[in-house]
Design a protein around this ligand. Structure first.
Ligand code: ADP
Ligand code: MG
Length: 255
């Protein structure tokens, strides 16, 4: 198994005014591995994912992906924020799948997927279309290329959102509660797509409350509470033999 670190979160602190939401987070995700983040509402999970994508500025610490600092450049001992254009370039390497799909409602499924490869990577349209068709087949939606998001179920929309994220061939894929907005009967089809990606060796960080999914797919499960990682480990350890009372209390509520 590869031991190369793809995502390195180092001593990250993040405050919103007086509210300290991340209070020193260290996390390493290795290439090809799946990290599942669990934790109660308000524990800082979304803020951590948004920080990895530099949708949030950090107060302290740094995040690097594939050895490259995200959102900043180092100059001596100081970090300077990158220009927006540079941040946008970095974001093309980081796929993000949101709870609410965030598809463009006025674009067809196909156009949703080819938009970023054409605009951000300057890929020729024909090539982008062929890739989009491959990706739609991969998420089981080959017949929906010309549909509009509103014509799809939530599960189908989320699978399109995953195909769209994959179209940029990201180094890491971040999921923020990808099934929380779905009717229960649609959760499985989305988790199945994420499981396929895991088997194919996609590096992923998945915030979810789906404990069964974590047990089956995660290489590492992380439990966050109060802006810190309370503990982390393989699913068999964290889920079955949690070391901390806070982890036990949380698991007893969601299991
Ligand atoms: P989680 O995803 O674990 O539920 P979040 O990262 O969304 O937690 O939020 C952690 C805390 O930070 C919450 O108290 C939330 O209200 C607060 N928070 C998140 N974003 C902002 C923001 N932009 N401004 C102020 N407070 C925020
Ligand atoms: Mg959240």
């Amino acid at each position: 198994m590869s031991t190369q670190v793809m995502v390195d979160v180092h001593g990250v602190h993040k405050s919103f005014g007086p509210l300290e939401v991340l209070r020193g987070v260290d996390l390493q995700v290795r290439t090809g591995e799946v990290t599942v983040i669990l934790g109660p509402s308000g524990s800082g999970k979304s803020t951590l994912l948004r920080s990895i994508n530099h949708l949030e500025k950090l107060n302290r610490g740094y995040i690097s992906i594939d050895g490259e600092l995200i959102g900043y450049r180092r100059s001596g001992s100081r970090l300077h924020e990158l220009k927006e254009r540079e941040v946008l370039r970095q974001r093309t390497h980081i796929g993000f799948v949101f709870q609410n799909f965030n598809l463009f409602p006025h674009l067809t499924v196909l156009d949703n997927i080819i938009e970023a490869p054409i605009a951000a990577l300057r890929r020729p349209r024909q090539e982008a279309v062929r890739q989009a068709e491959r990706l739609l087949a991969r998420v089981g939606l080959a017949d929906k290329a010309n549909a509009y998001p509103r014509q799809l179920s939530g599960g189908q929309q989320q699978r399109v959102a995953i195909a769209r994220a994959l179209a940029l061939e990201p180094k890491v894929l971040l999921f923020d509660e990808p099934t929380s907005a779905l009717d229960p009967e649609l959760v499985g089809e989305v988790l199945d797509v994420i499981k396929d990606l895991a088997r194919a060796g996609t590096t992923m960080i998945v915030v979810t409350h789906e404990i069964g999914f974590a047990r089956e797919v995660a290489d590492t499960v992380v439990f966050m509470d109060g802006g810190v990682i309370v503990e982390q480990g393989p699913p068999s350890e964290l889920l079955d033999r949690p070391q901390h009372e806070r982890t036990r209390a949380f698991l007893s509520k969601v299991l």
